[in-house]
Design a protein. Structure first.
Length: 131
């Protein structure tokens, strides 16, 4: 089930980020400054994870569950959304409205948001035709 898959993925990432947010920001800063570290990070962390995401998205496209799109672009858009969401929550800190939402509920909302944009057929995003 796609909703459960994305929900589990988001919950796992949220839990990982909660304990490592400052380390992640430090690491991103270092990766951007050091070309060799950046190449290593891309090779050992980014490419394997994006590859898994691309294969998953492509399999769902092939099965007809997701609409036809470029799996490489989609994997990067999903990763970028996740990274951006996490960085924004870290910057907002205690003022983030997401702090008051239980992790499971937040993960479910994010999964629904993602799937309304990638599933074949009409989405269920409020205010959009077909909702």
């Amino acid at each position: 089930d796609d909703r459960q898959f994305f929900r589990s993925l988001v919950e796992e990432r949220l839990a990982m980020l909660k304990g490592n947010a400052e380390r992640l920001l430090f690491m991103l800063n270092e990766v951007m400054r050091d070309q060799e570290l950046r190449r290593q990070w891309v090779r050992e962390i980014i490419q394997p994870n994006l590859g898994k995401a691309e294969r998953h998205v492509q399999s769902r496209i092939s099965s007809g569950a997701f609409r036809p799109m470029d799996a490489r672009v989609t994997a990067r858009a999903l990763a970028g959304m996740g990274i951006g969401f996490a960085v924004l929550a870290m910057i907002e800190g205690e003022d983030s409205p997401c702090r008051d939402i239980p992790d499971g509920e937040l993960a479910a909302q994010l999964a629904e948001f993602v799937l309304a944009g990638v599933q074949a057929g009409q989405g269920s995003v409020p205010g959009r035709p077909g909702a």
